[in-house]
Design a protein around this ligand. Structure first.
Ligand SMILES: Nc1ncnc2c1ncn2[C@@H]1O[C@H](COP(=O)(O)OP(=O)(O)OP(=O)(O)O)[C@@H](O)[C@H]1O
Length: 383
């Protein structure tokens, strides 16, 4: 059972609060960055699951039985021998939550626990929390299904206010223009994982949602489109702009404006800063910007040069309700050619001059994805 669902807008200190609450109470804690929980001291998922229990001195046969059960519950068995730092986003969170529960803690603090989880994993989490014998506190920036399971829902400042639902009403679909990205029988191999054959077109003027379960290969496919992984089959794409899910490691400059100028110039950076509405953060260090506008920066850095294809990998991670509204406006506006018009009026060149551009993005919030996308393509059904 979840005792409390506590929410706040980005920048209010939610994650700090969650961390401090866990530290004070001695609760097991899984933060919003699940990858930070991977110990890097163990070489397989199975060993990583054992790590916390080893510190507790639990007998090997009890550990083995608990790990076995956890791998089935969390869908980790097929990746049991894989390196824990080489998992998909959702697999990493499954591992982090499963490892925390295996230590059999008396209480649990979870910060944005549904980030990156697919629908099946969210249901697994709900069932695990319903069974958990102890206090559970969940923190988030927006309303998730976990709020429905909580005894009490409150804002971080203590006011009795429900978390905002970030899903807008549906947009009318835009008619497709020509194909901007074409894939025919595309196959990609990444370590032990093989993807494909994938057949997919992404059309000019449209926002195309790439769906699929955790580990189905959405990021892998995006990396192939970007030319960062080799592929088989036919893949025709313009130079694309890309915002990865794990954004912090990608920032390399001391201010937001300078970050936007990486690979381009001040004129483009100014145009993007204004179009996305990040002027307030212009001279701030990217890592000092709260999570929601920091995600906006990552998206802005992907679109700054005006590519024909904008690829956003789980761009809702880190967003608050205002950020969801912002992302909606930016994705719809970008596909409609509004940013290209902005570049034209600023007198600067765009990377792509072939008509309206396209957006390809991934997200596990099906209601939000349906509302803002023109089309959805599910990996696993694209062969
Ligand atoms: N760096 C890596 N090296 C080898 N294999 C990897 C690496 N990263 C991910 N994989 C594996 O590739 C497969 C596809 O992962 P990918 O990240 O593309 O999935 P995804 O659909 O984006 O998942 P999610 O919804 O969890 O983000 C997974 O089985 C994963 O374990």
């Amino acid at each position: 059972m979840i005792d409390r669902f506590i929410w706040a807008a980005s920048g209010a200190g939610l994650s700090e609060h969650a961390w401090a609450a866990a530290e004070e109470s001695g609760a097991a804690w899984v933060g919003n960055d699940a990858a930070a929980h991977v110990s890097l001291l163990r070489s397989t998922v199975r060993e990583e699951l054992a790590f916390g229990m080893e510190q507790q001195g639990i007998a090997p046969e009890i550990m083995a039985a608990r790990i076995d059960a956890a791998m089935d519950t969390w869908g980790l068995r097929h990746i049991a021998e894989r390196e824990p730092s080489r998992l998909s986003t959702g697999q990493t969170r499954r591992l982090a939550v499963a490892a925390a529960l295996l230590r059999d803690p008396g209480s649990l603090v979870l910060d944005c626990p549904t980030d990156g989880l697919d629908a099946a994993a969210v249901e697994t989490l709900r069932a695990a929390l319903a069974e958990f014998d102890g206090t559970v506190t969940v923190y988030d920036r927006v309303r998730t299904v976990l709020a429905d399971d909580a005894d009490q829902e409150m804002r971080l400042d203590g006011t009795d206010e429900d978390a905002p639902d970030p899903v807008p009403s549906s947009f009318a679909d835009t008619a497709p223009g020509e194909s901007v990205l074409t894939m025919e029988n595309v196959g990609v191999t990444r370590g032990a994982f093989t993807l494909g054959p994938v057949n997919l077109n992404v059309f000019s003027g449209q926002v195309t949602h790439l769906g699929g379960a955790n580990g189905s290969g959405k990021t892998t496919l995006m990396l192939a489109v970007l030319g960062l992984l080799p592929h088989e089959g036919t893949l025709d794409t313009p130079v694309a702009g890309w915002a990865p899910t794990g954004m912090d490691a990608a920032f390399s400059r001391r201010t937001v404006l300078k970050e936007l100028a990486v690979g381009t110039d001040a004129a483009h950076a100014e145009a993007a800063l204004e179009w996305v509405g990040l002027e307030r953060w212009r001279d701030v260090h990217p890592l000092d910007v709260p999570s929601s506008p920091r995600r906006m920066l990552a998206v802005a850095a992907a679109l700054v040069r005006g590519p024909g294809l904008l690829i956003l990998d789980e761009p809702t991670v880190g967003l608050d309700a205002e950020g969801y509204a912002w992302l909606t406006r930016v994705m719809r506006g970008y596909a409609a050619g509004e940013y290209h018009a902005e570049l034209t009026s600023a007198g600067v060149a765009a990377l792509w001059n072939g008509g309206r551009p396209a957006v390809l993005w991934s997200c596990h919030n099906a209601a939000f994805a349906d509302a803002v996308s023109d089309r959805s393509a599910m990996l696993g059904s694209l062969a």
